[in-house]
Write a protein that binds this ligand. Structure first.
Ligand code: ADP
Length: 348
């Protein structure tokens, strides 16, 4: 096959691609391969360009066995590590000498790798979070079956702790299922019309016992006119529940939690008219280094305190996904010693 026709075909391959023939030189390469490996790679010995041993070996193996070989190529693109899958395929009657060559194509699988890593981290986190209360439960079961069998006072105390550990597991499973449901619906735009102030008000009513228990006052201020928008009322109720519960749990020492509903003609984050719900506490605040990661699953600014208060570490991740589904934004502002403001911006 003439080399210019070969070059045309390789140029049309939508991923980085090159051909190495039996002279061990790169006969042709496309623009993608040159962007990845450098310009002027044609006619060079392939091992001086593709320096990674596994890639060199794969091409040599493909040439000698004529069988498909797959390997990986690692690169660095502007400071970010990238991973490619390299497919080596033997092609007959191509090349300058003796016939036969290898077509090597490079598929960027960085995102796939990141998703795999995230899944592995997630499974490790979930297992760890479940195992902690489970270990406590197993310990108490053993104690109740042995040393504490005939001690009614210890039995009552242990059963209370066991109930609380079982509750923690139950909350975790509930939050995991919520997160799953919310994620699977994230692309479906909610269509139901609702009135925001009423929804916030009824959420606060159901949280009143928790606030009373913490000896806290919750105040709501809202516009006189109804704030109508399209949304999923169950999910938005969950958003405000999670934020107000956090304000009570972590910011309760401030003595009060304020919830403010407002309308804005144009909000910078939604670039149009929006409804804003702010949950404000005067608690200890959050160090700014935690703010960018706060909505990640299982990320906690203060792990010890979160666990002590029975937190699952999933509340804000759920909030973020629901707000995304509503094409809205979650803004977090916080100052140590002053308090925190969580703002949900929902487009109108
Ligand atoms: P958790 O179940 O731990 O409460 P969340 O996802 O709801 O998980 O919150 C993540 C972390 O953010 C919490 O562990 C806590 O450290 C921090 N946080 C959330 N809200 C507040 C708040 N109002 N004041 C201080 N810290 C907060």
């Amino acid at each position: 096959m003439p080399n210019d026709l070969l070059a045309e075909i390789v140029a049309a391959i939508p991923v980085p691609a090159l051909i190495v023939d039996r002279t061990e030189r790169i006969v042709v390469s496309n623009a993608g391969a040159q962007a990845l490996l450098g310009r002027g790679i044609d006619n060079r010995h392939f091992a001086t360009i593709l320096r990674q041993p596994q890639v060199i070996e794969a091409i040599e193996q493909g040439l000698s066995t004529k069988q498909p070989v797959q390997t990986r190529h690692f690169a660095n693109d502007g400071g970010q590590d990238t991973t490619f899958t390299v497919e080596c395929r033997y092609i007959k009657e191509v090349g300058t000498e003796f016939g036969g060559a290898i077509l090597a194509t490079f598929q960027d699988v960085t995102h796939l790798e990141q998703a795999r890593q995230m899944r592995r981290d997630f499974v490790a986190n979930v297992s760890h979070e479940l195992r902690t209360p489970l270990t406590a439960l197993m310990g108490f079961i053993e104690t109740l079956g042995g040393p504490a069998r005939d001690d009614p006072a210890a039995r009552d105390r242990f059963l209370k702790i066991m109930a609380s550990e079982a509750n923690r597991m139950n909350r975790l499973v509930g939050d995991l299922l919520s997160l799953n449901r919310v994620e699977s619906e994230e692309r479906i735009r909610p269509k139901q019309q609702l009135e925001l102030t009423e929804l916030v008000q009824s959420t606060l009513t159901s949280l009143r016992p928790l606030a009373d228990e913490a000896d806290l006052s919750i105040t709501l201020s809202a516009p006189d006119n109804p704030v109508l928008l399209n949304g999923d009322s169950d999910q938005l109720r969950q958003v405000f529940t999670n934020l107000v519960e956090n304000a009570i749990k972590y910011g309760g020492s401030g003595g009060s939690v304020e919830v403010v509903v407002t309308k804005s003609e144009r909000d910078a984050s939604t670039r149009g008219p929006a409804a804003l719900v702010q949950v404000i506490d005067k608690g200890p605040g959050i160090d700014s280094m935690h703010l960018p990661r706060l909505t990640e699953r299982f990320y906690r600014a203060d792990s010890h305190r979160s666990r002590e208060l029975g937190g699952t570490g999933l509340g804000l991740a759920i909030v973020k996904h629901i707000v995304n589904r509503h094409r809205g934004r979650l803004r977090v502002e916080s100052e140590l010693g002053v308090g925190s403001v969580f703002t949900v911006v929902l487009p109108l």
